[in-house]
Ligand binder design. Sequence first.
Ligand SMILES: Cc1ncsc1CCOP(=O)(O)O
Ligand SMILES: C=C1C=NC(C)=NC1=N
Length: 218
Amino acid sequence: MINLREALKVYFIMGTANCMKDPIEVLKEAIAGGITFFQFREKGKEALIGEEKYALAKKLQSQCKEHRIPFIVNDDIELAIRLNADGVHIGQEDEPAETVRRQIGDSKILGVSVHTPEEAEGALSAGADYFGIGPVFPTKTKADAKPSRGTALIEELRSQGIAVPIVGIGGITSENAATVVEAGADGVSVITAISLADSPLLAAKALRKSVGERGNHE
Ligand SMILES: Cc1ncsc1CCOP(=O)(O)O
Ligand SMILES: C=C1C=NC(C)=NC1=N
């Protein structure tokens, strides 16, 4: 099993809706820039479905495999199982985490979005391997995102002694990423900071640097 806390440092999430360029090219550059974890999140009105979605996911998964980067699927459990993906990420509105854990088995990674201490409690008892907490900062990428709450919940969970791996998400860039990690997150999860960057490579590099800096605060 990988060291999830380490792997969650720079967690890139994307689907066709988040890219202007070819998603395969965007992921190639993001990997070259140093992302450490990838989630295929195909959502929105023009989202691919069926065999087209599967074919793109397979190509993105093979790029991740080549560079030993965990490949996670958002929401679509069936696709994750068909691909033998490294895991899935689910929200509170999806199937209950207990059900998903049973479907994917214990060796796969289960990520859960949480917005309150109660949701965190529930996710933990369901066997979540990491939490996605956000939106930390305002974001336009997820239309139905809840109001941004900064790092309050991350700090609250850490003060309660909850040690589970956590990534912050929502409006994160290389400018504000360090504050998310300083608040107690193990890493940051981004969509547009990388997917819409002129150079996804340089964007990933800058994020890696800003997250890695926590170690240099000695
Ligand atoms: C999927 C998701 N969940 C909470 S905010 C968000 C969107 C994050 O996108 P961006 O990194 O572009 O703000
Ligand atoms: C909504 C989300 C929250 N967090 C993560 C890591 N992924 C998501 N899709």
